[in-house]
Design a protein around this ligand. Structure first.
Ligand SMILES: [Fe+2]
Length: 268
């Protein structure tokens, strides 16, 4: 016998059944395979999207930490934003935990991905809230350690301010030789704009991606839910580049320190 669903899961399931036919699911699956990216805002109800935004705002108020660094394992592309890390979110948001473990959410995404999805083996990578806020803020070119990410655009400025997602699917991350500029030269870059309330599903392990830097002070808030594929469960992460969990990881070059060193060299 199927276990009875929670009220939240029943709402999600009803909403999905109303919004997606089996033909829609097939088309989404094919597009995901082709582009590594699909928009699926109707994976949950508008009320759930609004509630998750309130959770993220509350967690940012309480726990946000600023990051301004460049990462060696992605050719020193920048990370400039405020973050709330995975363990804090897991500890302080029942709603986010419930969505992460929601069977209708997982089954929907597994149907699109065509393979099983697993909770992340490391507790520090299940969730991430980021807030870009200043001119120049960006999440520079990178891939993900885990295969699947569901990213909720809780708030975004108009496209003319920046903050869009750029993607190159079907590429691979070699952390000791990322060759990002070579991928940029050899491939077409697709740019996706968003409105507040969008949700997208991204194949992060083989989709090189970044956000276009904000060209003025503006607010762009997302929450990222990450899952592992079967192949991710057996890998060993040896590179110390988990910058979102800890500011001073070995692969990070702090922007502040570089500025101080440059000022000292210039005698300022
Ligand atoms: Fe990413």
């Amino acid at each position: 016998m199927e276990p009875t669903l929670s009220k939240l899961d029943q709402e999600i399931l009803d909403h999905q059944s109303k919004n997606f036919s089996s033909q829609d699911m097939l088309t989404l699956s094919q597009t995901y395979r082709r582009n590594g990216f699909i928009k699926v805002p109707e994976i949950v109800t508008p009320e759930i999207r609004a509630a998750v935004k309130q959770e993220a705002l509350r967690l940012l108020d309480e726990f946000a930490e600023r990051r301004d660094l460049k990462l060696a394992t992605t050719n020193y592309t920048p990370r400039k934003m405020s973050v709330v890390g995975s363990e804090l979110i897991a500890e302080h948001s029942q709603l986010v935990n419930a969505i992460y473990r929601s069977q209708p959410v997982l089954k929907f995404l597994e149907t699109i991905a065509g393979e099983p999805m697993h909770s992340c083996p490391a507790k520090d990578e299940e969730f991430l809230i980021t807030r870009q806020e200043k001119k120049g803020d960006t999440h520079g070119w990178h891939w993900g350690d885990s295969t699947f990410a569901l990213i909720w655009i809780l708030e975004t400025p108009p496209t003319e301010y920046g903050g869009m997602l750029q993607c190159i699917p079907h590429t691979n991350w070699d952390k000791s030789n990322p060759r990002i500029n070579e991928y940029l030269c050899a491939n077409t870059i697709t740019t996706y704009p968003f409105v507040s309330g969008d949700i997208y599903f991204l194949k992060t392990d083989t989709t090189l991606h970044r956000t276009v830097p904000l060209n003025r002070d503006a607010t762009r808030i997302i929450i990222n839910l990450t899952w592992a594929s079967a192949k991710d469960l057996s890998r060993k992460l040896k590179d110390d580049d988990r910058w979102w969990a800890e500011e001073d990881v070995a692969a990070a070059v702090q922007e502040k320190e570089k500025e101080i060193a440059a000022d000292a060299a210039a005698g300022r």
